[in-house]
Design a protein around this ligand. Structure first.
Ligand SMILES: [Zn+2]
Length: 69
């Protein structure tokens, strides 16, 4: 009997693979919420506003993750 094994849903795996390629850090200028987003999520945030406080956001609120300092 095998115990302690995790089964990852395909969707979760795809999300990890995706995040490795292109990601942005979103910082809401209004409420300060920060999160990692992919390009599609960035577009959705610019269209719909911050998911936390509802403030409208621009592309200025996003910075590429793949630029280590
Ligand atoms: Zn916000």
């Amino acid at each position: 009997m095998e115990t302690g094994g995790f089964i990852y849903p395909e969707r979760a795996y795809a999300q990890v693979a995706m995040s490795a390629s292109e990601e942005f850090t979103f910082v809401c200028p209004s409420c300060g919420e920060s999160m990692a987003v992919n390009p599609a999520m960035r577009d959705a945030l610019v269209d719909n506003g911050c998911v936390v406080c509802g403030a409208s956001v621009t592309t200025d609120a996003f910075s590429p993750v793949d630029a280590p300092e």
